[in-house]
Write a protein that binds this ligand. Structure first.
Ligand code: SF4
Length: 464
């Protein structure tokens, strides 16, 4: 039987889609074209109104197709969690609405589809369960979810309402997934969570490796501790195999990233681990959102500009070559020109490698919806343009400073411009183009950064 899966939204959704695909493959399903699939799955995102509108559009298209041919239509992800049965009332052609906490029912649904019967989801007791695997066969990069949900309730964000409270994954299960990914040839892992820095495991399994990952408070393992456990685990495996865990090795996991970091939870111990363990990439995505204390308080971000800049100083001092990226949200209710200036000043001080920049759009179901002081669209767009212009300037300066540097890249894909050129990425999350054969995709290379073209470096491979 054939399935067709569409995924919208964040990396967590992508990881969860890969887990659903693994369940499908286990039961003999194959991916196939949409117009002949027996099962169509849409993994939805509700973080922005635009993402939600797009998903409703796709659902409507599939619903109209269902009137012409038989197939099972399943909606999963954050919209499914938010609207549940109301989705089926709005679009009766949907067969199953599977919330984020009901993923384990997916296997039962598949068994029922194969048997030609249907499954009653209302009998489920929802609880978030981490899947065992989150990657596709043959992948050289993979996401490994380590925690799920968020307790922060930033006033503009819907995530805590649809993903629920924070749950951390057992360290043993994380190590087991990393081992199986490594055995399958994966070279880069990204540890994933809505706020990885608040990872906390209180369980009794997975004692940290001796001398590494000390537990705090009589038994708990925090994110820094987890990173020590992961690094020590890979190091021990390499030692017994007679090699090093690094990008220079010809196989095995070469480096590890993590996403996303809330500044208020980024501890000095975490800074130390990144500094001490070269397997962790010298890149942290650290969302500032605004440089104004007034706006940060209205956003419920729980830090000030001074705290953020102090944290950045400590990180840069401890981790040479660190690259920082961020999210910036302009036009939040009540934001003034002075507030925007504060944001621009923070950007100049930190010098982010790149930023995801956007203007505020009210999100139904969030406290910020009710805030006074709406900023007119025209003003929001003009402020966003200023932020983008400054980021472009900073990115160009930072790239110019890097010319001549020699660094490792993981070759990821063919370049769009030429079939003889490949696109790679440094540990600092910089895009690099080199002349190489497509057979090198998924391998590391040592390159010299020679020139820049837009946001991408042009580089030459070196043998050192
Ligand atoms: S930290 Fe804030 S922005 Fe990030 S998921 Fe949690 S509530 Fe949303």
């Amino acid at each position: 039987m054939k399935y067709n899966l569409e995924t919208y939204g964040c990396e967590m959704n992508k990881a969860e889609s890969a887990a659903l695909e693994a369940m499908l493959r286990e039961r003999g399903w194959e991916a196939g074209p949409r117009d002949s699939a027996d099962l169509v799955l849409i993994n939805t995102c509700t973080v922005r109104a635009t993402a939600e509108n797009r998903a409703w559009g796709r659902i409507a298209q599939f619903a109209s197709e269902k009137r012409k041919r038989r197939f099972v239509l399943v909606v999963v992800g954050c919209m499914a969690e938010q609207y549940r049965e109301a989705m089926k009332e709005r679009v009766p052609e949907i067969d199953y609405v599977l919330g984020t906490f009901q993923k384990q029912s997916f296997g039962l649904i598949l068994d029922q589809i194969a048997a030609g019967t249907s499954y009653d989801l209302t009998e489920e007791t929802p609880a978030y369960v981490f899947s065992k695997t989150h990657s596709e066969p043959g992948a050289f990069r993979a996401f490994v979810p380590i925690m799920h949900g968020c307790n922060n309730f930033c006033s503009y964000c819907i995530v805590p309402y649809v993903r629920g409270r924070e749950t951390s994954r057992a360290p043993d299960d994380i190590l087991a997934e990393i081992d199986s990914l490594e055995a399958a040839g994966v070279r880069e892992i990204t540890l994933l969570g809505q706020n990885v820095n608040s990872y906390r495991w209180e369980g009794t399994k997975a004692e940290p490796v001796a001398g590494q990952g000390d537990r705090q408070g009589g038994g708990a393992l925090d994110f820094a501790g987890l990173l020590r456990v992961v690094a020590a685990h890979l190091r021990e495996k390499r030692a017994s195999a007679g090699g090093e865990a690094s990008a220079a090795a010809s196989s095995g996991i070469g480096w590890i990233r993590f996403l996303t970091s809330h500044p208020k939870d980024l501890s000095d111990d975490l800074i130390r681990v990144i500094a001490e363990e070269p397997i962790f990439c010298r890149h942290v995505h650290l969302c500032i959102q605004s440089g104004s204390d007034r706006v940060l308080a209205a956003m419920n971000r729980k830090y000030t500009k001074e705290y953020f800049l102090g944290l950045v100083d400590r990180m840069k001092a401890a981790i040479p070559g660190l690259s920082l990226s961020t999210d910036i949200l302009v036009g939040f209710p009540g934001e003034t020109e002075e507030d925007l200036e504060e944001t621009l000043e923070a950007m100049r001080k930190v010098r982010f490698t790149y930023s995801f920049m956007y203007y505020y759009n009210p999100r139904e179901g969030t406290p910020a919806m009710k805030l006074a002081g709406k900023v007119p669209d025209k003003v929001k767009k003009a402020r966003l343009a200023r932020v983008i212009a400054l980021q472009k300037e900073i990115s160009a300066e930072l790239m110019a400073e890097r010319l001549g540097a020699v660094d490792d890249i993981l070759i990821e894909d063919r370049s769009k411009r030429s079939s003889k050129e490949m696109l790679g990425r440094t540990a600092r999350d910089e895009m690099v183009v080199i002349a190489a054969d497509p057979s090198r995709i998924g391998q590391f290379a040592r390159v010299a950064l020679k020139a820049k073209s837009g946001n991408t470096f042009r580089a030459e491979e070196v043998n050192e």
